[in-house]
Design a protein around this ligand. Structure first.
Ligand SMILES: [Zn+2]
Length: 337
């Protein structure tokens, strides 16, 4: 039976036939702006919000004051709180006006009613199942390729940023909006080390003074999956042996260069300042978008306070430690010989 939440028309169908989901998403976005009041209000608000930019070492961070993100930034994602709420990504709980595009009967593309990107989508699993990357990595790669005409794709681990850790989902957002997409080559050249390199794939590790980044570049899907799995297993032995190790991913695809997979390695979910009860408190909860260079502050007072020292402090604190990163690189080099 056709899912009643699926929106389609001839133009969308022909984009999908060309495997150009990027253009199909643009059409969904235009339709939903017309038919869904909450969405159009959210985007009107987004065009009027304040931002400010900083350079930290050799990369750029934009701070975005986005009051609409208050709920997701302060969301309780512990097991008990998750069990106590209705899952907002399950199709049966979606707002009446919300429609989506089918993706291989496995995912549904939805417009995100709490946008950060100029065009922001959630790519939600049709089934209610645990957020987990390893067994869904192939979907993650295909998705990045299929939407690449207009969008990049992100993934937040269940323990470090996913607001629904119990429901598998990715996000897609306007290409080149995240500064890391422009900065990554320079970061690799100035602060990176090559771990492994052959004609099919480059695998490097970057410590930019705050963030600890793993970068895969390849046009070969099979090779990329094999190397990611190998990396995953080694990283897991260093970071959270029980569940998925802590990471956030940003992926973008280019017809010539193939995939760039940027993996931010994490030590913790939220910085110490998040839990403070005095004037040092900052309501920030970094995930892929923040570490990708767009730091979200839902409260204006936090936006006003934010400066490059505080951003460095937060990024360093939530990232893997320098020492562990070094040990990880050594282990990976041995594994990848
Ligand atoms: Zn669900």
């Amino acid at each position: 039976m056709q899912n009643p939440k699926i929106y389609t028309n001839q133009e969308i169908e022909s984009s999908i036939k060309r495997r150009d989901y990027g253009s199909a998403l643009k059409l969904l976005f235009t339709e939903q702006l017309k038919s869904w009041q909450q969405l159009s209000s959210a985007y009107t608000a987004l065009t009027n919000i304040k931002t400010k930019s900083f350079r930290i070492n050799n990369f750029k961070v934009k701070v975005q004051f986005n009051p609409n993100r208050f709920k997701s930034t302060s969301a309780k994602t512990d097991l008990e709180s998750i069990k106590a709420r209705e899952c907002f990504l399950c199709v049966k709980n979606l707002p009446a006006e919300q429609l989506g595009i089918n993706y291989h009967d496995k995912f549904i593309f939805l417009c995100n009613p709490f946008p950060i990107f100029p065009e922001h989508f959630t790519v939600s699993s049709i089934l209610h199942q645990q957020q987990q990357l390893k067994k869904n990595f192939k979907d993650f790669l295909n998705l990045a390729k299929d939407v690449s005409a207009h969008y990049s794709v992100i993934y937040n681990g269940p323990l470090c940023g996913a607001s629904a850790p119990d429901h598998l989902h990715f996000q897609a957002g306007s290409k080149k909006f995240l500064p890391v997409e422009d900065d990554i080559q320079q970061l690799k050249n100035e602060s990176g080390k090559i771990i492994y390199d052959d004609e099919l794939l480059i695998f490097s590790a970057i410590d930019d003074g705050t963030r600890k980044i793993i970068l895969f570049e390849s046009s070969d899907e099979k090779k990329l999956s094999t190397c990611f799995n190998k990396f995953y297993d080694v990283y897991k032995s260093f970071n959270n042996k029980e569940d998925e190790p802590l990471f956030n991913l940003v992926s973008f695809f280019d017809d010539e260069a193939g995939w760039s997979i940027v993996i931010f390695l994490r030590s913790r979910h939220r910085p110490e300042r998040y839990f403070r009860e005095d004037d040092q408190k900052l309501l920030v909860s970094p995930a892929a978008i923040d570490l990708g260079g767009v730091l979200i502050t839902p409260r204006e007072k936090d936006f006003d306070k934010m400066n490059s020292n505080i951003i460095s402090e937060i990024f360093t604190e939530v990232s893997l430690s320098k020492e562990t990163f070094q040990l990880l690189i050594e282990k990976l080099k041995k594994e990848f010989i």
